[in-house]
Design a protein around this ligand. Structure first.
Ligand code: 3Y8
Ligand code: NAP
Length: 242
């Protein structure tokens, strides 16, 4: 009896959930609970952390999970690392659905940085219009460069005060190039800070920056322990069949 745990929170995970439902397989879609109203799914949902590796191991046992699919975001490194450890410990097969990173093309002016602190350091210098499109969890670090005029894009309205004055756009992607181009122009943005998420949901701002000839501070992905990886929903379903 197949019982799937799908670690979600991304466009790709939503597509896998649809494929699982279509195949009539039993599965649970797992959200961390980062947003106020996560999207509904065609399979059972659970929301919230498991409680580290031990908590995830206990969940795998209690729910008699037979397969784990990690379709989380490339920057959800802790979740992915925990999944590798818990599945190894419990002997539950694990597969990761990864999206290819974006690669700089003609007209792109990217500065690659390895992490958030390096992105903050890259913003040293005279005041500029900066588009911080990296979500809410890492905004505080940019208070070290208070000289800029910041535009933030968040999924939910900020609950508390922001660590520095900033304009906030509350929007849930996926985003489109025309909308992001207009946004960058309207707010006189001079540099875009982005995570190398890959995929289509967050790429609009990168294409908009290219169109407007703006530089991008591109945060490269964190390292995740080795695991079995596929790059398509079909690859996940073929693995499940096998
Ligand atoms: C809770 C689920 C879909 C899936 C939508 C994708 C695309 C749009 C683009 C920008 C970049 C950012 C952020 C982003 C994108 C998709 C996808 C993607 C980037 C939701 C969702 C959850 C989250 C969590 C949220 C993080 C934040 C990151 C915003 C749902 C909408 C910046 C990543 O407020 C917070 O604490 C938000 C936290 C983790 C990164 C961060 O560190 O702040 N995603 N995003 C998931 C959970 O609880 O498990 O609410 O329905 C999903 C999506 N966000 O088709 O519906 O697949 O990547 N998400 C980044 O890429 O840099 C926005 O603004 O241009
Ligand atoms: P993270 O830093 O890797 O994980 C931190 C902790 O959050 C994990 O240890 C786990 O808690 C919990 N967690 C994360 N993802 C979970 C999931 N899908 N189901 C249950 N618990 C989860 O994760 P993150 O970067 O905050 O990402 C959180 C969620 O947002 C993920 O679903 C991810 O796919 C989605 N997302 C993230 C980004 C991003 O930029 N980081 C972008 C788009 C979507 P326990 O240790 O208690 O189990």
């Amino acid at each position: 009896m197949t019982r799937i745990l799908l670690l979600g929170g991304t466009t790709e995970a939503n597509l896998v959930a649809q494929a699982i439902a279509k195949a009539g397989l039993a599965g649970v879609y797992s959200y961390a609970g980062r947003t106020e109203a996560p999207m509904g799914q065609p399979i059972h949902m659970r929301v919230g952390g498991f409680g580290g590796v031990e908590g995830l191991q206990a969940y795998l046992k209690a729910e008699a999970i037979t397969h784990v699919i990690d379709a989380t975001h490339p920057f959800a490194a802790q979740m992915s690392t925990n999944a590798v450890a818990a599945c190894l410990a419990e002997g539950v097969p694990l597969i990761a659905l990864e999206r290819a990173p974006w690669v700089a093309g003609e007209g792109d002016q990217w500065t690659h940085v390895p992490d958030i602190p390096a992105a903050v350091a890259a913003l040293a210098g005279p005041p500029q219009g900066v588009f911080l499109a990296i979500g809410r969890q890492h905004i505080d670090a940019f208070a070290a460069q208070p000289q800029h005029r910041y535009l933030l894009r968040l999924v939910d309205q900020p609950t508390g005060p922001l660590p520095f004055p900033a304009k906030v756009v509350v929007a849930r992607g996926p985003f489109d190039v025309a909308g992001d181009t207009a946004l960058l122009q309207e707010h006189r943005i001079e540099v875009v800070v982005a995570k190398n998420a890959g995929g289509k949901g967050a790429v609009a701002k990168i294409a908009a920056a290219r169109a407007l000839g703006l530089p991008v501070v591109m945060i490269d992905r964190p390292v995740i322990p080795p695991r079995r990886v596929v790059h398509s929903v079909a690859g996940v379903m073929a693995w499940l069949d096998a």
